[in-house]
Ligand binder design. Structure first.
Ligand code: TRP
Length: 335
């Protein structure tokens, strides 16, 4: 029996932070070793253009994200790891899917609706500053998914709607032309921790409360010292379940270490001491990968070679699928 295909994309904007690591990178790297499924991970660099018009930033982010995933041990023999822009079939398929996707469906996309609402509230034209890229974003994402007949799509909650749209577009195409596409399903891991940031809200670039994944030890220590705490003194019992320091600790510690820290909180550990231990835990956890990351960043030829090989493997699938799509819709040589 064919293995289930699992696929997910990483938009290449920004530098990976601890929240990305715990919420997406770490589980994906574990999944990359699972030989009972076929996994596809890719850098969604054409998606980056929707949010980011700074070429230098897009370039830098692609490099950082690829080096991060490799440094942390992504299994690129088992999983396919590639760059969206290396698969021209994806953008070609996007157009074909645009001709199957209902505009009304796109009107309901959360990201587009939020932009329209912001404009309306500001008294601007509803479509002020909204590009066709933002509006058609779900179609490009549908092409990413449908291109490889992926069945399971691990995503955050904010992306469920997009996967459902891909399913909708696929069903419509299959109905109108031929049964070409697998209908994908979003998979949202409930177990995966959503890490809190420096201010206690979800760690996110948009809140500016992140801790960089591969910060130098000095910087990492500084960031951890900035985590918001209450004013309880050393010796006063502290509530671990109300503490970002503890929450981040639990995301990196073993069950046993977590129980020990819980007891230390009850015993009134000083915030300074708890943060010192947190720094040591994270630093020990990441230091080998950080070294490898810097090595890859200084000599990116290895990263580039891995991505090229990934693209070659991916294109074996994508060229075959696109041929079927073109045949189905009547595009091709005159016979
Ligand atoms: N849009 C996704 C995000 O911002 C990234 C993405 C692009 C993706 N293409 C995808 C995720 C295909 C899953 C499948 O998080």
């Amino acid at each position: 029996m064919a293995k289930t295909r699992v696929l997910t994309g990483i938009t290449t904007t920004g530098t990976p932070h601890l929240g990305n690591y715990v919420g997406a990178i770490r589980p994906s790297i574990e999944a990359s070793r699972d030989t009972s499924v076929e996994t596809f991970f890719f850098l969604a660099d054409y998606h980056a253009l929707i949010k980011c018009q700074d070429p230098q930033l897009v370039r830098q982010s692609s490099k950082e994200i690829a080096a991060t995933w490799l440094a942390l041990g992504l299994d690129t023999d088992n999983a396919l790891f590639y760059r969206q822009s290396d698969i021209p079939e994806i953008t070609e398929l996007t157009w074909v899917l645009c001709c199957s996707a209902a505009k009304g469906l796109m009107n309901r996309a959360h990201a587009y609706k939020a932009a329209v609402q912001a404009n309306t509230e500001a008294g601007d034209d509803p479509d002020h500053g909204i590009t066709m890229g933002l509006f058609s974003y779900p179609v490009l994402m549908a092409a990413d998914i449908l291109m490889f007949n992926a069945a399971k799509i691990p995503v955050g909650r904010d992306q469920i709607q997009h996967v459902e749209m891909a399913r909708d577009i696929a069903a419509r195409f299959n109905h109108n032309f031929a049964e070409v596409f697998t209908l994908p399903e979003a998979v949202v891991e409930d177990k995966v921790a959503v890490l809190q940031g420096l201010d206690g809200r979800k760690m996110s670039k948009s809140y500016n409360n992140t801790i960089a994944l591969f910060a130098e030890p000095r910087q990492l220590r500084k960031s951890i010292n900035k985590i918001k705490t209450n004013l309880l003194e050393p010796g006063e019992p502290k509530d671990p379940d109300d503490s970002t320091v503890f929450q981040v600790w639990a995301a990196f510690a073993t069950a046993q270490e977590t129980e020990r820290m819980r007891a230390e909180f009850a015993n009134g550990i000083a915030w300074g001491e708890a943060k010192k231990q947190l720094f040591e835990l994270i630093d020990a956890h990441l230091s080998a990968a950080r070294e490898e990351y810097h090595r890859l960043m200084d000599d990116p030829s290895h990263v580039e070679a891995v991505l090229r090989r990934g693209a070659e493997r991916a294109r074996e699938h994508s060229t075959a699928l696109l041929a079927r799509v073109r045949e189905a819709v009547g595009i091709g040589p005159i016979r």
